[in-house]
Design a protein around this ligand. Structure first.
Ligand code: SAH
Ligand code: SF4
Ligand code: F3S
Length: 464
């Protein structure tokens, strides 16, 4: 597409899940041919996009609160173009313009590839555009020309067909569709060429990858990604417990780049609530999958999502959730208070749990899990872990970079360099002695030379 006359800058504010992070990267790449480059702050950008999430009421409120701040910006600089993308854009469409009349572009989850067209038109005609058509989706590969981060998210499928009773995703992302393996592999290779060493393959339910389209199975895709040269690590999310197969479990042993960590959202520990949620498995099925996973791949890290205060959740139901947590002893847990969502059937369910009670349950659950996480983290003190280094920014603009990385099991490690460790940098794979466990992360010191990875800082930097 022909660039605009003047070089311009954009800023994308991303709320929500990794899928939105991946979409924001795609939007950024799509804006480059128009002459737009990234701005470090929204105040100075010519184009500001809020990529929104609708999974809970709070996330939606956050989007509107950011938009509120953009109203001031638009008053002081009327030429700024304001766009709203993502799940709230899809859900609200035209209604966004009545709540935030200064918005220029509303672009839904399946129309992102048309963003450059819309920006161009708005820049010339100063019109307003709402494009929330649910169509065949984006022709979705764009090369990442600029060097990018060490860890990338790669969308392998979009939408969801599961219709869990609480969830807005099927309504804002549409039906499940998988991308072809060739496209995904092309994107993985391109990510590696531009500096990636780890990819996380994304889908709402990766286990059903390719089944509708006949694109092959998820384990087949993993095996092909595993053979991409230069790639060091593979992760994926999310795996639905009802569809987790033995074949996928075996990939953790068979494929050397696949990290031994699975995010397996359980949502509730009581069969009554699981049935009301339409999750398609029982507590017993879930526990059985967990023990099979651990038998197949001893030491695999298991994390999960849980909802407290789902309509009808009694104290006895909640006790069963606590009991399940104690049984599994997750490596980490994301817990949420139930929130009514547009279109999701649970909003019409009776027996809503009062907010104060949900909050109490949330705190009890998190206190239990914090204890488990800390005990699990403490057990790693004194061990040597292989860490893929990511730069986490600088505390002061002129100060030394702060390094952070993750173990294969996805534990975050704050790094200090031992003087003997030699040079290292983002993308290095290093051996780290774990010295301290904290509530949600570890601290360690780099020992010995890096095993592999990108060229070291100070050495010749390649295209990375
Ligand atoms: N596809 C993923 C989850 C996507 S949403 C899966 O099936 O696991 C991420 C998490 O948000 C969910 O796992 C759930 O725990 C939480 N969530 C979704 N809808 C919610 C709602 N209405 N209220 C509270 N939490 C919700
Ligand atoms: Fe939502 Fe359920 Fe689909 Fe996950 S599987 S996105 S929770 S409907
Ligand atoms: Fe993700 Fe939120 Fe949409 S969790 S799929 S950005 S509703």
């Amino acid at each position: 597409m022909k660039p605009l006359m003047q070089p311009k800058t954009f800023f994308i504010h991303t709320i929500g899940c990794q899928m939105n992070v991946a979409d924001s990267e795609q939007m950024a790449a799509a804006l480059a041919p128009l002459g737009y480059s990234a701005s470090p702050a929204f105040e100075s950008a010519d184009l500001v996009i809020v990529n929104t999430c609708s999974v809970r009421a709070k996330a939606e409120q956050k989007a509107f609160s950011i938009l509120g701040r953009l109203a001031d910006l638009k008053r002081s600089r009327p030429d700024v173009i304001v766009g709203v993308a993502g799940c709230v854009a899809q859900q609200e469409g035209n209604r966004i313009l009545s709540r935030a009349p200064y918005v220029d572009i509303v672009v839904g989850t399946q129309a992102l590839h048309r963003l450059p067209e819309h920006v161009r038109r708005v820049a010339v005609e100063r019109c307003r555009i709402v494009d929330v058509e649910m169509g065949p989706g984006a022709p979705d590969f764009r090369p990442h020309r600029a060097p990018g981060p060490v860890c990338r998210f790669i969308t392998i499928m979009r939408g969801c067909d599961n219709f869990c009773a609480y969830c807005v995703v099927p309504y804002v992302r549409g039906r499940e569709t998988s991308r072809a393996q060739a496209q995904i592999l092309h994107e993985v290779r391109d990510a590696v060429d531009s500096g990636a060493r780890e990819v996380t393959l994304l889908g709402q339910n990766v286990n059903s990858y390719g089944q509708k389209e006949g694109h092959g199975t998820f384990p087949e895709l993993l095996a092909r990604v595993n053979s991409v040269p230069g790639l060091l690590r593979i992760r994926f999310t999310t795996s639905h417990p009802k569809d987790l197969t033995t074949e996928l479990m075996e990939c953790f042993v068979r494929l050397e780049k696949l990290c031994p960590h699975i995010h397996l959202p359980v949502q509730a520990g009581s069969n009554r609530i699981l049935a009301r949620m339409n999750r398609g498995y029982t507590r017993e099925h879930y526990l059985d999958k967990v023990s099979k996973l651990r038998d197949t791949c001893p030491g695999i890290a298991i994390t999960s999502d849980l909802i407290v205060g789902f309509p009808g959740e009694s104290e006895a139901d909640f006790e069963q959730t606590l009991e399940l947590i104690q049984k599994v002893r997750f490596d980490g847990l994301f817990a949420f208070m139930y929130s009514d969502r547009p279109n999701a059937p649970a909003r019409r369910f009776a027996d809503k749990v009062p907010e104060a009670l949900s909050r109490r349950r949330l705190h009890a659950l998190l206190a239990l899990q914090d204890e488990i996480t800390f005990t699990r983290n403490s057990a790693l003190v004194g061990s040597i872990q292989e860490v893929l280094v990511e730069e986490s920014g600088r505390t002061k603009a002129s100060g030394p970079p702060q390094w952070v990385g993750r173990t294969p099991a996805n534990k975050i490690v704050h790094l200090q360099a031992d003087p003997d460790a030699g040079g290292f940098g983002a993308g290095s794979l290093v051996q780290v002695l774990i010295e301290k466990a904290m509530a949600h992360s570890l601290r360690g010191v780099i020992k010995g030379k890096p095993a592999a990875g990108r060229p070291l800082k100070g050495g010749a930097q390649d295209a990375a």
